[in-house]
Design a protein around this ligand. Structure first.
Ligand SMILES: [Zn+2]
Length: 328
């Protein structure tokens, strides 16, 4: 199915809820009002058409002072008494103008894209910076990975519609020389699978004992989660096998449509890898004593695929659901 203007998950269920006012119950139903509209890209159409159809980034150069603006948001230069500008094709590499902030908690429209950075990229030869989303192909996006001055390459999405989100950028250091040289590089041409796992500290008897104790507690917690209807709903329809590596040992976390299991050791191929030197970080997150997202941001928890932050998000919801069901 093609992407819809309103994502399916943003559409409320056909149901309602009860509101009690002064002892009387009132039924409030979800309903909808449709107001679609069309918007013209106007004079910026050439820029968006070039993105969509030719995988090119256009800028404009003042015929008098030579200033290059990207995107080409003026047709005459305000610095040169409105001298005309000419369209120029830009390259697709550049440097970050400032350190980009990272979004982990997005509204429902962008939830499928987190975590992403958003910053301004100064393309080679340009005098103004382009606002662009930032990703990494090597594990999870964490603070410090992309900074002011980091060399970046613009990547084109495979399915382009003519919006600025048709492009994003990744650190140039993650690409091969061939990829860097290639014009109009697409997302599917990148290697999203190979990432370098952070090294675990050396482990001895103490770490092994700690690991065994945490694993036991984790198994008990998972048992509780599976008995909680609310928590099960959070991973309904979701299937993931996660290899968890900690100092002191490894185990497998399996998410299978409402059922969560913890099995000792590696049990076969996994969808992604989680590295947490102290396994208690994961236990605390699932027990709602800490936050897994916070652990990722502080580099106490690492995952091998950025897109799997969605799975982390679901696990955090399970933790919250179990904690809430205990309160009631
Ligand atoms: Zn000018």
């Amino acid at each position: 199915m093609s992407n819809k203007v309103i994502p399916l998950e943003a559409i409320p269920d056909r149901s309602g809820h009860t509101v009690t006012i002064d002892g009387r119950n009132y039924l409030v139903m979800n309903d909808a009002m449709f107001t679609f509209y069309q918007r013209s890209m106007g004079e910026l159409s050439d820029f968006f058409l070039a993105l969509r159809d030719e995988k090119k980034i256009l800028g404009c150069r003042c015929t008098k002072c030579g200033m290059v603006r990207v995107p080409p948001f003026v047709t005459r230069c305000p610095d040169c008494n409105f001298a005309p500008v000419e369209t120029v094709e830009m390259g697709d590499t550049g440097k970050m103008l400032a350190t980009p902030p990272i979004t982990y908690f997005a509204n429902s429209l962008f939830q499928q894209q987190v975590p992403f950075g958003r910053g301004r990229l100064l393309l080679e030869g340009a005098d103004t910076a382009l606002s662009v989303n930032i990703y990494t192909t090597k594990g999870i996006l964490v603070p410090g990975l992309v900074k002011k001055g980091t060399e970046m390459k613009v990547i084109f999405r495979d399915n382009r519609v003519g919006e600025i989100t048709d492009i994003f950028c990744v650190p140039a250091a993650e690409l091969t020389a061939d990829q860097l040289a290639q014009k109009g590089l697409t997302a599917s041409a990148l290697d999203w699978e190979t990432s370098t796992e952070p090294a675990l500290p050396p482990a001895g008897e103490t770490e092994a004992q700690h690991f065994a104790a945490v694993l036991q507690e984790l198994q008990a917690l998972v048992g509780e989660m599976n008995g909680c209807e609310r928590a099960r709903k959070d991973i309904a329809g979701w299937h993931r096998t996660v290899l968890v590596k900690a100092a002191g040992g490894e185990f497998t976390l399996k998410i299978a449509d409402g059922e969560l299991t913890v099995e000792p050791d590696k049990t076969g191929p996994s969808d992604f890898v989680m590295v947490c030197p102290d396994p208690k970080v994961l236990l605390d997150g699932l027990a709602y004593r800490g936050s897994l997202t916070q652990a990722i941001m502080t580099r106490n928890l690492w995952i091998s695929k950025n897109i799997e932050f969605n799975t982390i998000f679901k696990l955090e919801r399970m933790a919250r659901s179990l904690a809430r069901s205990k309160k009631v």
